[in-house]
Design a protein around this ligand. Structure first.
Ligand SMILES: [Zn+2]
Length: 148
């Protein structure tokens, strides 16, 4: 296992002042700063939103919304794996940064904020930010923007 290190202070216990949260891609679960609790409701928000009709181009500026919608149409539920990626993309858009790996040969590069995440293999993503609460709040605003 490679250790995940804060890109701001180099702390490795994931509980430094910059720790935003951890996203479990297997279950689409989010844990971290309190403001992230709101992002735990993303699946419910999306479910309600999709029931109202097909997303418009304004909604799908984040292409993961398109992916979530097409899988929702097929299964009637929010795909947890895409959901985790979507939450990560919201937080990265809001200014969060991925953890730095002490074993860079094994993990992907830091600072790649692409939503599609090529080479994505980890089952968890750990994110940090200079102002974790603010970034979590901003991510929620991004979500509201996409779903308006
Ligand atoms: Zn730190």
């Amino acid at each position: 296992m490679s250790q995940k290190v804060c890109p701001f202070c180099g702390g490795s216990d994931q509980r430094c002042l910059h720790f935003v949260g951890e996203i479990d891609h297997t279950f689409g679960e989010v844990s971290g700063v309190r403001e992230l609790d709101n992002l735990s409701q993303v699946a419910d928000n999306l479910d309600r939103f999709f029931k109202k009709g097909k997303p418009t181009t304004n909604n799908t500026k984040n292409t993961l919304i398109t992916d979530l919608y097409s899988s929702w149409q097929k299964t009637g539920s929010i795909d947890q794996f895409i959901l985790g990626r979507f939450i990560v993309s919201l937080l990265l858009e809001a200014g969060a940064k991925r953890s730095v790996s002490l074993n860079p040969a094994k993990d992907r590069k830091v600072g790649d904020s692409s939503a599609s995440m090529p080479g994505f293999t980890s089952s968890e993503t750990t994110l940090f930010a200079a102002s974790p609460d603010r970034v979590a709040g901003a991510a929620l605003e991004k979500l509201k923007g996409y779903l308006s």
